[in-house]
Design a protein around this ligand. Structure first.
Ligand code: ADE
Length: 231
């Protein structure tokens, strides 16, 4: 029995989902609200994790333990690191890594979690290709498939962008993906992260965030709904 966990970063997107779901049941656990129901003929659990890696990790573990999700899709916004990415473009994760994991004084490369095999958590190939197909179907949208970097920091400097892009080879930076990825990896649950670029992580002219959020929420909603047809 497949149960799909959908974590949205934006209220707007959650609301679009809730409006289309049926048989909804609301459960609050560890301060996070989960709505369980059916959408497009699939069993889904929808929630908002809140900001940062701890929120995302706890949310993901609850999705797995309490709701028995068999895959996790995370959607939200991110800062672009790859210079080819423009605001509004989409990134689909091939893997996620924590850029703020830094044990370099002990000789570990930046991003490497000491004493464990994997620090760059691979996304599920089937979910990645479903997401890519959904983006292809949108026509006008530019997207890249690549490494997502997460840390408990809003990146807002050109110097940091350069380091994250050149040293850690991330295409975008956000604050939750790697925590979702690691929790999924630890439990053997497939995941993918899908991010709309809201800025270039350089602290430059802030976009009209409210307007951007409405558009990107709508688009994420379309992408996830097309993905669900294939799951
Ligand atoms: N989410 C959106 N933009 C971001 C940035 N520049 N850094 C981290 N998370 C983000």
């Amino acid at each position: 029995n497949r149960v799909i966990g959908l974590i949205g970063a934006m209220d707007e997107e959650i609301e679009l989902l809730l409006g289309e779901m049926t048989h909804n049941e609301t459960i609050v656990k560890s301060g996070i609200t989960y709505v369980k129901g059916s959408w497009l003929g699939k069993e889904v659990v929808v929630c908002k994790s809140g900001v940062g890696k701890v929120n995302a990790a706890v949310t993901t573990q609850v999705l797995i333990d309490t709701f028995g999700v068999t895959s996790v899709i995370f959607t939200g916004v991110a800062g672009a690191l790859d210079p080819e990415l423009q605001i509004g473009d989409i990134v689909i994760s091939t893997s996620c890594m924590q850029h703020d994991m830094d044990v370099s004084p002990l000789g570990f490369a930046r991003g490497v979690i000491p004493y464990q095999k994997v620090s760059d958590f691979p996304a599920d190939q089937e979910l990645v290709s479903l997401a890519a197909k959904a983006c292809d179907g949108l026509g006008e949208v530019n997207y890249k498939v690549g490494r997502v970097l997460s840390g408990d920091q809003f990146i807002a400097s050109r110097e940091t962008v350069k380091v994250l892009y050149e040293e850690l080879h991330g295409v975008c930076a956000e604050m939750e993906g790697s925590a979702v990825a690691q929790a999924c990896y630890m439990n053997g649950v497939p995941y993918v992260v899908i991010r709309s670029m809201s800025d270039k992580a350089d602290g430059s002219a802030h976009v009209n965030f409210a307007e951007f959020t409405v558009d990107s929420s709508r688009r994420s909603h379309v992408i996830v709904s097309r993905m669900l047809e294939g799951i």
